[in-house]
Design a protein around this ligand. Structure first.
Ligand SMILES: C[S@@+](CC[C@H](N)C(=O)[O-])C[C@H]1O[C@@H](n2cnc3c(N)ncnc32)[C@H](O)[C@@H]1O
Length: 286
Protein backbone atom coordinates (compact mmCIF):
# COMPACT_ATOMS: atom_id res chain seq x y z
CA UNK A 1 0.00 0.00 0.00
CA UNK A 2 1.37 3.41 -0.81
CA UNK A 3 0.67 6.92 0.43
CA UNK A 4 2.65 8.88 -2.05
CA UNK A 5 2.23 12.60 -1.26
CA UNK A 6 5.18 14.27 0.40
CA UNK A 7 4.06 15.36 3.79
CA UNK A 8 1.64 12.52 4.21
CA UNK A 9 2.58 10.13 6.95
CA UNK A 10 3.07 6.71 5.39
CA UNK A 11 0.54 4.23 6.69
CA UNK A 12 3.29 1.79 7.64
CA UNK A 13 3.96 2.35 11.38
CA UNK A 14 7.66 1.72 10.84
CA UNK A 15 8.21 4.79 8.72
CA UNK A 16 5.46 7.11 9.94
CA UNK A 17 6.85 10.61 10.57
CA UNK A 18 4.08 11.49 13.02
CA UNK A 19 1.17 9.58 14.49
CA UNK A 20 -2.08 9.57 12.48
CA UNK A 21 -4.85 11.80 13.79
CA UNK A 22 -7.45 9.08 13.62
CA UNK A 23 -7.11 5.36 12.97
CA UNK A 24 -7.56 4.71 9.26
CA UNK A 25 -7.37 1.74 6.97
CA UNK A 26 -5.79 2.05 3.54
CA UNK A 27 -7.36 0.64 0.39
CA UNK A 28 -7.18 0.91 -3.38
CA UNK A 29 -10.63 1.62 -4.80
CA UNK A 30 -12.53 3.92 -7.14
CA UNK A 31 -13.65 7.31 -5.74
CA UNK A 32 -15.41 10.26 -7.33
CA UNK A 33 -14.24 13.86 -7.55
CA UNK A 34 -16.76 14.82 -4.88
CA UNK A 35 -15.49 12.13 -2.48
CA UNK A 36 -11.88 13.15 -3.16
CA UNK A 37 -12.59 16.80 -2.41
CA UNK A 38 -14.79 16.13 0.61
CA UNK A 39 -12.01 14.00 2.11
CA UNK A 40 -8.92 15.99 1.17
CA UNK A 41 -10.02 19.49 2.25
CA UNK A 42 -10.69 18.48 5.87
CA UNK A 43 -7.67 16.15 5.83
CA UNK A 44 -5.34 19.00 4.93
CA UNK A 45 -7.09 21.20 7.52
CA UNK A 46 -6.28 18.60 10.20
CA UNK A 47 -2.76 18.04 8.95
CA UNK A 48 -1.72 21.65 8.14
CA UNK A 49 -0.24 22.56 11.54
CA UNK A 50 1.97 19.46 11.59
CA UNK A 51 2.90 19.89 7.93
CA UNK A 52 4.08 23.46 8.42
CA UNK A 53 5.85 22.67 11.71
CA UNK A 54 7.68 19.72 10.13
CA UNK A 55 8.46 21.05 6.65
CA UNK A 56 8.12 24.84 6.89
CA UNK A 57 11.81 25.44 7.52
CA UNK A 58 12.84 23.25 4.57
CA UNK A 59 10.32 25.00 2.31
CA UNK A 60 11.41 28.49 3.44
CA UNK A 61 8.88 31.27 4.06
CA UNK A 62 9.90 32.93 0.80
CA UNK A 63 11.25 29.79 -0.87
CA UNK A 64 10.43 27.68 -3.89
CA UNK A 65 11.32 23.99 -3.81
CA UNK A 66 9.81 21.55 -6.29
CA UNK A 67 9.92 18.53 -4.01
CA UNK A 68 11.66 16.58 -1.25
CA UNK A 69 14.94 16.44 -3.23
CA UNK A 70 15.21 20.18 -2.59
CA UNK A 71 15.51 21.29 -6.24
CA UNK A 72 14.69 25.01 -6.20
CA UNK A 73 13.07 27.06 -8.94
CA UNK A 74 16.18 29.28 -8.85
CA UNK A 75 18.18 26.19 -9.94
CA UNK A 76 15.61 24.66 -12.30
CA UNK A 77 14.42 27.80 -14.10
CA UNK A 78 11.22 26.02 -15.08
CA UNK A 79 8.92 29.03 -15.02
CA UNK A 80 11.10 31.43 -17.03
CA UNK A 81 11.33 35.15 -16.39
CA UNK A 82 8.62 36.02 -13.88
CA UNK A 83 9.03 39.77 -13.83
CA UNK A 84 5.66 41.46 -14.39
CA UNK A 85 3.96 38.10 -15.04
CA UNK A 86 0.55 37.07 -13.71
CA UNK A 87 1.03 33.76 -11.95
CA UNK A 88 -1.39 31.31 -10.32
CA UNK A 89 -0.27 28.63 -7.86
CA UNK A 90 -2.73 25.75 -7.57
CA UNK A 91 -2.56 23.88 -4.25
CA UNK A 92 -0.51 26.70 -2.79
CA UNK A 93 -0.54 25.57 0.85
CA UNK A 94 1.14 28.27 2.92
CA UNK A 95 2.18 30.13 -0.23
CA UNK A 96 5.94 29.73 0.11
CA UNK A 97 6.47 29.28 -3.65
CA UNK A 98 4.17 32.16 -4.57
CA UNK A 99 5.98 34.40 -2.11
CA UNK A 100 9.26 33.56 -3.87
CA UNK A 101 7.59 34.41 -7.20
CA UNK A 102 6.56 37.79 -5.76
CA UNK A 103 10.14 38.40 -4.61
CA UNK A 104 11.19 37.61 -8.21
CA UNK A 105 8.87 40.31 -9.55
CA UNK A 106 5.82 38.23 -10.48
CA UNK A 107 2.21 38.92 -9.51
CA UNK A 108 1.42 35.55 -7.95
CA UNK A 109 -1.83 34.37 -6.42
CA UNK A 110 -2.50 31.29 -4.30
CA UNK A 111 -5.38 28.83 -4.44
CA UNK A 112 -5.94 25.96 -2.05
CA UNK A 113 -8.69 23.64 -0.86
CA UNK A 114 -7.65 23.86 2.80
CA UNK A 115 -8.71 26.79 4.94
CA UNK A 116 -6.06 25.95 7.55
CA UNK A 117 -3.27 25.92 4.96
CA UNK A 118 -4.43 29.37 3.85
CA UNK A 119 -4.39 30.59 7.45
CA UNK A 120 -0.73 29.56 7.58
CA UNK A 121 -0.22 31.44 4.33
CA UNK A 122 -1.67 34.58 5.89
CA UNK A 123 0.49 34.12 9.01
CA UNK A 124 3.64 34.00 6.88
CA UNK A 125 2.44 36.95 4.75
CA UNK A 126 2.40 39.06 7.90
CA UNK A 127 5.70 37.71 9.25
CA UNK A 128 7.60 38.29 5.98
CA UNK A 129 5.76 41.34 4.67
CA UNK A 130 5.46 39.53 1.34
CA UNK A 131 1.75 38.91 0.87
CA UNK A 132 0.23 36.38 -1.53
CA UNK A 133 -3.45 37.12 -2.23
CA UNK A 134 -5.08 33.71 -1.99
CA UNK A 135 -8.44 32.05 -2.49
CA UNK A 136 -10.13 28.97 -1.05
CA UNK A 137 -11.16 26.92 -4.10
CA UNK A 138 -10.49 23.72 -6.00
CA UNK A 139 -8.28 22.99 -8.97
CA UNK A 140 -11.28 21.67 -10.90
CA UNK A 141 -13.19 24.99 -10.79
CA UNK A 142 -10.74 27.90 -10.91
CA UNK A 143 -12.55 31.13 -9.93
CA UNK A 144 -10.83 33.24 -12.59
CA UNK A 145 -11.72 34.59 -16.02
CA UNK A 146 -10.37 32.98 -19.18
CA UNK A 147 -6.84 34.04 -20.18
CA UNK A 148 -5.97 35.71 -16.85
CA UNK A 149 -2.48 34.29 -16.26
CA UNK A 150 0.90 33.88 -17.95
CA UNK A 151 1.93 30.99 -15.70
CA UNK A 152 0.02 28.36 -13.73
CA UNK A 153 2.10 26.12 -11.50
CA UNK A 154 1.79 23.62 -8.69
CA UNK A 155 4.49 22.21 -6.42
CA UNK A 156 3.04 18.90 -5.23
CA UNK A 157 -0.27 20.76 -4.99
CA UNK A 158 -3.68 19.69 -6.11
CA UNK A 159 -3.07 17.54 -9.17
CA UNK A 160 -2.58 14.18 -7.52
CA UNK A 161 -5.54 14.83 -5.24
CA UNK A 162 -8.26 15.33 -7.87
CA UNK A 163 -10.27 12.59 -9.56
CA UNK A 164 -11.37 14.75 -12.50
CA UNK A 165 -7.86 15.41 -13.71
CA UNK A 166 -9.01 16.20 -17.26
CA UNK A 167 -11.15 19.00 -15.83
CA UNK A 168 -8.23 20.35 -13.76
CA UNK A 169 -5.87 20.39 -16.77
CA UNK A 170 -8.57 22.03 -18.94
CA UNK A 171 -9.06 24.65 -16.22
CA UNK A 172 -5.34 25.45 -16.23
CA UNK A 173 -5.50 25.85 -20.03
CA UNK A 174 -8.60 28.04 -19.80
CA UNK A 175 -7.11 30.59 -17.36
CA UNK A 176 -3.78 30.77 -19.24
CA UNK A 177 -3.12 33.27 -22.01
CA UNK A 178 -2.02 31.85 -25.38
CA UNK A 179 1.59 30.67 -25.06
CA UNK A 180 1.24 30.52 -21.27
CA UNK A 181 3.16 27.98 -19.21
CA UNK A 182 1.80 25.19 -17.02
CA UNK A 183 4.35 23.48 -14.74
CA UNK A 184 3.78 21.09 -11.89
CA UNK A 185 5.54 18.58 -9.69
CA UNK A 186 3.99 15.31 -8.63
CA UNK A 187 5.06 12.08 -7.04
CA UNK A 188 7.01 10.38 -9.82
CA UNK A 189 4.51 7.94 -11.36
CA UNK A 190 6.96 5.03 -11.07
CA UNK A 191 6.84 5.43 -7.27
CA UNK A 192 3.38 3.92 -7.29
CA UNK A 193 4.96 0.52 -7.91
CA UNK A 194 6.71 0.57 -4.53
CA UNK A 195 5.64 0.45 -0.87
CA UNK A 196 5.76 3.91 0.72
CA UNK A 197 8.72 3.09 2.93
CA UNK A 198 11.84 5.29 3.02
CA UNK A 199 14.01 2.24 3.81
CA UNK A 200 15.20 -0.64 1.67
CA UNK A 201 11.76 -2.27 1.73
CA UNK A 202 10.65 0.70 -0.38
CA UNK A 203 12.93 -0.42 -3.21
CA UNK A 204 11.09 -3.62 -4.08
CA UNK A 205 8.26 -3.24 -6.60
CA UNK A 206 5.04 -4.73 -5.28
CA UNK A 207 2.25 -3.11 -7.30
CA UNK A 208 1.48 -2.62 -10.96
CA UNK A 209 2.58 0.68 -12.46
CA UNK A 210 -0.52 0.53 -14.66
CA UNK A 211 -3.01 0.15 -11.80
CA UNK A 212 -4.74 3.55 -11.67
CA UNK A 213 -7.04 2.59 -8.79
CA UNK A 214 -6.85 5.49 -6.30
CA UNK A 215 -5.18 5.20 -2.89
CA UNK A 216 -7.87 5.76 -0.26
CA UNK A 217 -7.81 6.04 3.52
CA UNK A 218 -11.03 5.23 5.34
CA UNK A 219 -11.72 6.45 8.87
CA UNK A 220 -12.14 3.34 11.02
CA UNK A 221 -14.73 4.91 13.29
CA UNK A 222 -17.01 6.60 10.75
CA UNK A 223 -16.36 4.48 7.65
CA UNK A 224 -15.97 7.76 5.71
CA UNK A 225 -13.28 8.28 3.08
CA UNK A 226 -10.76 10.55 4.85
CA UNK A 227 -7.96 10.93 2.28
CA UNK A 228 -7.48 10.18 -1.42
CA UNK A 229 -4.66 10.21 -3.94
CA UNK A 230 -4.82 9.50 -7.65
CA UNK A 231 -2.21 7.93 -9.92
CA UNK A 232 -1.58 8.59 -13.60
CA UNK A 233 1.22 7.08 -15.66
CA UNK A 234 3.68 9.25 -17.57
CA UNK A 235 1.82 8.34 -20.75
CA UNK A 236 -1.45 9.48 -19.18
CA UNK A 237 0.09 12.87 -18.41
CA UNK A 238 1.36 13.32 -21.97
CA UNK A 239 -2.12 12.51 -23.29
CA UNK A 240 -3.85 14.82 -20.82
CA UNK A 241 -1.58 17.75 -21.62
CA UNK A 242 -1.69 17.41 -25.39
CA UNK A 243 -5.46 16.85 -25.25
CA UNK A 244 -5.87 20.21 -23.48
CA UNK A 245 -3.78 22.04 -26.11
CA UNK A 246 -0.38 21.99 -24.36
CA UNK A 247 2.99 21.08 -25.84
CA UNK A 248 5.15 19.29 -23.28
CA UNK A 249 8.57 20.95 -23.32
CA UNK A 250 10.41 19.43 -20.33
CA UNK A 251 10.22 16.52 -17.92
CA UNK A 252 12.55 16.94 -14.96
CA UNK A 253 13.38 14.02 -12.66
CA UNK A 254 15.50 15.59 -9.91
CA UNK A 255 18.33 13.42 -8.63
CA UNK A 256 18.78 12.95 -4.92
CA UNK A 257 21.64 15.28 -3.85
CA UNK A 258 24.73 13.54 -2.45
CA UNK A 259 24.68 14.98 1.07
CA UNK A 260 20.93 15.36 1.44
CA UNK A 261 19.86 13.11 4.32
CA UNK A 262 16.37 14.46 5.01
CA UNK A 263 13.57 11.88 5.21
CA UNK A 264 10.15 13.13 4.11
CA UNK A 265 7.45 10.50 4.28
CA UNK A 266 8.58 7.82 1.83
CA UNK A 267 11.31 10.04 0.33
CA UNK A 268 14.87 9.39 1.52
CA UNK A 269 18.44 9.10 0.33
CA UNK A 270 18.19 5.30 0.56
CA UNK A 271 15.51 5.25 -2.14
CA UNK A 272 16.36 8.51 -3.88
CA UNK A 273 19.79 7.29 -4.96
CA UNK A 274 18.15 4.50 -6.99
CA UNK A 275 14.76 5.66 -8.14
CA UNK A 276 13.15 9.04 -8.95
CA UNK A 277 10.72 10.41 -6.37
CA UNK A 278 9.52 13.53 -8.16
CA UNK A 279 8.50 14.37 -11.72
CA UNK A 280 8.21 17.99 -12.89
CA UNK A 281 6.24 18.44 -16.11
CA UNK A 282 6.50 21.68 -18.05
CA UNK A 283 4.10 22.49 -20.88
CA UNK A 284 3.26 25.53 -22.98
CA UNK A 285 -0.18 26.36 -24.32
CA UNK A 286 -0.11 26.21 -28.11
C1 LIG B 1 1.68 18.55 -0.37
S1 LIG B 1 0.73 20.05 -0.13
C2 LIG B 1 1.71 21.15 -1.10
C3 LIG B 1 1.50 22.58 -0.72
C4 LIG B 1 2.58 23.54 -1.20
N1 LIG B 1 2.65 23.58 -2.63
C5 LIG B 1 3.90 23.10 -0.58
O1 LIG B 1 4.85 22.85 -1.33
O2 LIG B 1 3.97 23.04 0.64
C6 LIG B 1 -0.72 19.79 -1.15
C7 LIG B 1 -1.70 20.94 -1.13
O3 LIG B 1 -2.71 20.71 -2.12
C8 LIG B 1 -3.95 21.15 -1.59
N2 LIG B 1 -5.06 20.52 -2.33
C9 LIG B 1 -5.50 19.24 -2.27
N3 LIG B 1 -6.52 19.04 -3.10
C10 LIG B 1 -6.76 20.23 -3.72
C11 LIG B 1 -7.72 20.67 -4.72
N4 LIG B 1 -8.62 19.83 -5.20
N5 LIG B 1 -7.65 21.96 -5.12
C12 LIG B 1 -6.74 22.82 -4.60
N6 LIG B 1 -5.82 22.45 -3.67
C13 LIG B 1 -5.83 21.17 -3.24
C14 LIG B 1 -3.89 20.75 -0.12
O4 LIG B 1 -4.83 21.45 0.66
C15 LIG B 1 -2.43 21.08 0.22
O5 LIG B 1 -2.29 22.40 0.70
Amino acid sequence: MTSPAPGRPPVSPDSRDHPPQAPVRAERRAVTEQESRRANGPDWDRYADDYQATHGEFLGDVGFVWGPEGLTEAEAGVLGDLHGRDVLEVGSGAGQCSRWVRAAGGRSYGLDLSHRQLQHSRRIDVATDVAVPSVLATATALPFRDASFDVVFSSFGALQFVADIGVAVDEAARVLRPGGRFAFSITHPTRWMFPDDPGEAGLVASQSYWDRTPYVEVDDASGEVSYVEHHRTLGDWVGLLSGAGFALTRLLEPEWPEHHERVWGGWSGVRGRYTPGTAILVADLR
